[in-house]
Design a protein around this ligand. Structure first.
Ligand SMILES: [Zn+2]
Length: 430
């Protein structure tokens, strides 16, 4: 009897109230596995935020599914939720803003401002982002608020800040030292192999899911230091070895070929931007099973901004003029060379919620429509190491599902007009 009471107690108090909640989604056209042919008239059964099964035909709410809610997407093209592998979700460039405004803001201002950025990203069909930068407390709090359901937004996989050399792309620039020193010490700034090992460990101590490094100079740091290699070969090796031994992948921001190739030789998992990648880079990508995250939208956005914003500092304007025009050729070289390409936008440089413009540019530069969708689903999930839970509409994976009214395999721009968003079984847009 005691055992029975205990069993009842356990059942009553451990079964969450939504345990039996089932949703059946009727998809007019379903691209369950991007890269393959879509199927007509499919049903997706969802329970407790996960996909239970995918079946042919429109199944009814009967039998074991008698309590199911039906979602009618018979007029839509249905796909897995998109993954953006390079965002800066806690900030956004605003050409009209006072460039020194940040010196007046509280951390709390930045937190409130990040809320609509997260909402716009999810609304655009991006159910997961890998966020590569930003204040570690701000990003962590936003990630937590989204996971707890207090803010609408994508699931966040975060690097927190970057690892950078002193004076490198990830360091402060352009203000007198007293001002720059007034902010919390950046644990990611390092010089030499031991110091860079410490920086990686410090980031992981802060809670980084992935390590972001600035292997070369960057366009938007206010320093006339070019975009060539900044972390040494030895520093890169030390960073990658430390990150991998602690179970973290490494994403390397890199523009010029020397830094791209040094980072690839050191064993990084992805190159971000890859603006000047050469034939040796293509060989190293393929040899080391590394991914390119091209962020084509960033190049387009800063070029557009340069047309209208005369407040861009000269050092930055010069680098925009240098780098933006070469990106297309590098992307085409990678595509032709069979490099694995994972979708990423650098959103924050561009406006949050316009992430799907990246699809348009990828296709414009020669990528097949279905491959572009695959890069934002299956390929991105692999690079995250989350292919068991993300990237396709298959049983056992999270129910991250998006839909559009038009067939994106015929017109990729359809993806800029998302009509339905589900994340972990919850509907955020219909
Ligand atoms: Zn970035």
């Amino acid at each position: 009897m005691k055992k029975l009471i205990l069993l009842l107690f356990i059942c009553v108090f451990t079964l969450p109230s939504y345990a039996q909640q089932t949703t059946i989604l009727h998809a007019g056209t379903l691209l369950a596995v991007p890269g393959t042919e879509p199927s007509k008239e499919q049903s997706i059964v969802i329970r407790n935020g996960k996909i239970v099964e995918v079946r042919s035909g429109y199944i009814a709410a009967t039998g074991s599914n008698s309590n199911a809610t039906i979602i009618d997407l018979k007029d839509s093209f249905v796909m897995p939720g998109f993954i953006d592998m390079h965002t800066h979700i806690t900030g956004e460039r605003d050409p009209a803003a006072n460039p020194h405004e940040w010196t007046t803001l509280y951390d709390e201002d930045a937190a409130y401002r990040a809320i609509p950025f997260a909402e716009a990203t999810l609304d655009a069909g991006f159910t997961t982002v890998r966020n590569l930068g930003g204040d570690h407390k701000l990003v962590t709090a936003l990630k937590r608020a989204i996971a707890e359901g207090n803010v609408k937004g994508p699931r966040i996989i975060a690097s927190l800040g970057a690892i950078s050399a002193t004076g490198g792309h990830g360091d402060w620039h352009g203000y007198r030292p007293e001002i720059m020193n007034a902010f919390e010490q950046n644990v990611g700034i390092c010089d030499g192999t031991d110091d860079c090992r410490r920086a990686v460990r410090a980031r992981i101590k802060q809670g980084a899911d992935v390590i972001k490094i600035t292997a070369t100079g960057g366009v938007l740091s206010n320093t006339a230091a070019g975009v060539a290699q900044q972390l040494t070969d030895e520093e890169l090796e030390s960073i990658v070895e430390t990150a991998h031994s602690l179970g973290r992948k490494v994403a390397a921001h890199a523009h010029e070929a020397d830094g791209i190739n040094a980072a690839l030789r050191a064993g990084v998992n992805s190159i971000e931007h890859g603006s000047y990648l050469d034939d040796e880079s293509v060989r190293l990508f393929n040899e080391n099973d590394a991914y390119l995250v091209p962020t084509l939208l960033a190049g387009v956005s800063v070029s557009e901004e340069l047309e209208v914003n005369n407040q861009i500092p000269p050092a930055i304007a010069e680098k925009i003029r240098q780098v933006a025009p070469v990106v297309e050729e590098s992307f085409k070289r990678a595509l032709k060379g069979g490099v694995k390409i994972a979708f990423g936008t650098d959103s924050g440089v561009s406006k949050h919620g316009t992430n799907a413009r990246e699809f348009e540019i990828m296709v414009e530069y020669g990528m097949d429509e279905n491959e572009a969708i695959r890069s934002a689903t299956i390929v991105a999930a692999e690079l995250l190491g989350m292919e068991d839970s993300l990237g396709t509409i298959s049983s056992g994976k999270w129910a991250d599902i998006v839909a559009v009214k038009e067939n994106p395999l015929q017109n990729i721009s359809a993806l800029t007009n998302i009509s339905f968003v589900m994340k972990e079984g919850a509907v955020f847009k219909k």
